[in-house]
Design a protein around this ligand. Structure first.
Ligand SMILES: *Cc1c(COP(=O)(O)O)cnc(C)c1O
Ligand code: SF4
Length: 439
């Protein structure tokens, strides 16, 4: 597959496979690509997309902008802006449409903790035992998923200075918060960083010997989008040695791998990459949102989980797609998501049933749809939290009126005439006592 080569708005027309599309179709991609994330690479193009299956091919939809991802009036607005040929007009139109697409879902900006009086904007501490850490050089990805709306934060800073400074703050935060057992490196994709940069974080954490730090997790799409990260990149071997050092220090290293479709598990490269990662002692756990046009089919999930287990990965989460970006295009109603989860779960053996879902990462916590039930003649949706702002909320079942069109927690009404869910009052208090951060 050769050297890593990326394509986006400025050069996608030079991809050889583009000659199968009409000028109108290429223009559509450009219109949508001006608003939604668009970046792909030679591995995705050559090994994952089945070009004879476009435009329905799931990986094509996952990485190339599709006309219907924009609402018709947004599409028209951008198409018009592009016809003016004025860059500034295009940029302003893009910004204005993006702001209408809820770029900061689930009050993400609420969870930024403080160290003394200093803002640690690379850190997010929402659940007691786990801190999310966003290294500043990890804020981009090897390719962009069209459903993703993290990309407004994709800024791509570089420099060792940043890494060292951030790593020190991270160590201080974790050492002074004994309740924190896990650090989750996230992004973007932290494995976009060179091994040298990653070492600046991980070796410092190892050396600090913080007794409460039990696990380091790295959330990544590199196995799906660029398995060469673990095989032939010039610092691949160093990366694997680094993984070994983490494990040898007695810290469990978990690679939280994002796979959206079983196709991503089918290449020789990804299989070798998984095997190399596992040889370092790291475990790979897998997760994905459920997405219309890509994986809203129980067979796809059953195959994915089954395949993952045989490759030595542990199925972990099925997420509900967030209330942001092109949600109208990707959304699967909650009831349907649960049906798909259930059907897929039925198809696999117990060994794959480590997976939990479908789960919404809402303001209050991770809310799992447990299913549709009938209680004294009333049809309800039963839910529970897998994670909560207050740990005591976890695993307490609660109920909403049945609604087969609801796509997010906000769409649901508490059942049995209650006016709010059990946690809402307390959540509101929590939010109002948090120091205000500009949203
Ligand atoms: C999912 C998530 C975590 C990790 O939760 P686990 O259930 O431990 O995997 C941590 N922080 C945030 C904000 C999350 O959404
Ligand atoms: S890999 Fe993750 S962060 Fe990167 S574009 Fe895809 S969903 Fe977004």
């Amino acid at each position: 597959m050769g050297q890593y080569k990326t394509y986006g708005l400025h050069n996608f027309r030079s991809i050889p496979q583009m000659d199968r599309f009409s000028p109108e179709e290429l223009f559509d991609m450009e219109v949508v690509g001006n608003v939604l994330p668009f970046k792909t690479n030679n591995y995705v193009i050559e090994e994952l997309i089945d070009w004879d299956n476009t435009p329905a091919d799931p990986i094509f939809v996952l990485t190339f902008p599709q006309r219907d991802m924009l609402l018709p009036h947004h599409y028209d607005e951008m198409a018009m802006a592009m016809r003016t040929g004025n860059r500034e007009t295009i940029r302003k139109t893009a910004d204005s449409i993006r702001w209408q697409l809820n770029p900061h879902p689930a009050n993400q900006m609420d969870n930024i903790p403080h160290l003394g009086d200093r803002d640690l904007s690379g850190l997010q501490h929402k659940y007691r035992e786990t801190v999310l850490f966003f290294p500043s050089q990890g804020q981009t990805c090897h390719a962009y998923c069209t459903f993703c709306f993290r990309w407004p934060q994709f800024v791509g800073l570089d420099g060792m200075k940043f890494a060292t400074k951030e790593a020190d703050s991270l160590v201080r935060y974790v050492s002074t918060h004994p309740e924190v057992s896990d650090i989750l490196f996230t992004g973007g994709d932290p494995l976009i960083m060179s091994t040298k940069h990653l070492e600046a974080y991980l070796d410092v954490l190892i050396a600090a010997k913080v007794p409460n730090l039990r696990r380091i997790r790295i959330g990544t799409k590199a196995l799906g989008y660029w398995p060469n990260r673990f095989l032939t990149d010039k610092d691949s071997d160093d990366l694997l040695r680094l993984f070994e050092r983490v494990n040898n220090a007695g810290i469990h290293l978990a690679i939280m791998a994002h796979f959206n479709h079983s196709v991503e598990l089918s290449t020789k490269s990804v299989r070798e990459a998984i095997s190399r990662v596992r040889s370092t002692g790291a475990e790979i756990r897998t997760q994905s949102p459920i997405l219309a046009h890509i994986n809203d089919d129980p067979m796809v999930w059953a195959k994915m989980w089954d395949e993952q287990v045989n490759l030595g990965c542990i199925p972990y989460y099925m997420f509900v797609v967030r209330d942001t970006g092109a949600q109208h295009y990707f959304a699967v109603p909650l009831v349907r998501a649960w049906e798909i989860f259930k059907e897929a779960y039925e198809m696999v053996s117990g060994i794959s049933r480590t997976v939990r879902g479908p789960s919404m990462s809402a303001h209050a916590g991770k809310v799992q749809i447990l299913g549709v039930s009938e209680i004294y003649g009333k049809k309800v949706i039963t839910m529970r939290m897998l994670q909560g702002r207050n740990p005591q909320w976890i695993l307490r079942p609660f109920y909403a009126d049945y609604d087969d069109r609801a796509i997010w927690l906000d769409d649901l009404r508490p059942a049995f005439g209650e006016d709010r869910f059990f946690f809402e009052e307390e959540l509101k208090e929590m939010s109002s006592t948090l120091s205000s951060v500009e949203d």
